[in-house]
Design a protein around this ligand. Structure first.
Ligand code: 13P
Length: 255
């Protein structure tokens, strides 16, 4: 069965606690939305955002990164349990900025997905090729390697198969923050590759149920076409999620 549409906003290193509270006050979501809506604020803004949004189920929250250990001497890091206590239900893992600016690799992503699932939250695994990789014809090799690195863990495979908690986000690196959006056909092609692998690894029911989101320069005026492209189950929005009006316009197009 096709998964429920998901519209998520990744604020990256933007909007501190006071600005997050302002965002929540100014956010007016369309009535009776069917999509799952989620926001990934900086971890320090999560509590303020949760408080101002209220406890309603309308907007789920997540963190942008976690460490795989449960506690200890890891200066600067956050555990899954801390994220959950602060109100997160989702965790971004392997975002391209984590991979390319902070040097995270597939092993890190695998350990993090394991920890997130063990801690009862839902990982949003980000995959995507650079422009050079795309030009060399490596799209499918790169995104399948990033997906397989995570599914290779027996624990991950078991938990996803039994608990059905995984979201995948296809974010081509060349389209992030550049204003250059993948066409709906580009997004569909990558999503179909990912879907086939999810189904072959996890079986039809679970594999078809994993939402695959597109991310990279999604804006109110291109979101509708991307959201209606075959195999696109939602969007992960960066810059355009920082403004409550533009985010709500994108949410409205998710149905
Ligand atoms: P932009 O929408 O700003 O291109 O960012 C996309 C992204 O990285 C979301 O995680």
């Amino acid at each position: 069965m096709a998964p429920r549409t998901m519209v998520a906003g990744n604020w990256k290193m933007n909007l501190g606690p006071a600005e997050a509270a302002d965002f929540a006050r100014d956010l007016t979501l369309p009535p009776s939305i069917r999509s799952e809506v989620a926001l990934f604020p900086p971890a320090l803004s999560l509590a303020a955002l949760r408080e101002e949004l209220g406890e309603g189920p309308e907007v789920a929250l997540g963190v942008q990164n976690v460490h795989w250990e449960t506690s200890g001497a890891y200066t600067g890091e956050l555990s899954v349990a801390m994220a959950a206590e602060a109100g997160a239900t989702f965790v971004l893992v392997g975002h391209s900025e984590r991979r390319h600016i902070f040097g995270e690799d597939d092993d890190d992503a695998s350990r993090k997905v394991e920890a997130v699932l063990r801690g009862g939250l839902t990982p949003v695994l980000c995959v995507g090729e650079t422009l050079e990789e795309r030009k060399r014809g490596e799209l499918s090799g790169v995104i399948l390697r990033q997906l397989e690195a995570v599914l290779a863990s027996g624990e991950v495979e078991d938990r996803i198969t039994t608990e059905a908690r995984l979201v995948v986000a296809y974010e081509p690196v060349w389209a992030i923050g550049t204003g250059e959006t993948a066409t709906p056909a580009d997004a569909s092609e990558a999503h179909r590759i990912l879907r086939e692998r999810l189904v072959s690894r996890l079986g039809d029911t679970v594999g078809q149920g994993v939402p695959i989101l597109y991310g990279g320069s999604v804006k109110p005026d291109n979101a509708g076409d991307l959201l209606s492209a075959p195999d696109v189950n939602g969007v992960l929005v960066g810059g355009a999620s920082l403004d409550p009006t533009s985010f709500a316009r994108i949410v409205a197009q998710g149905g």
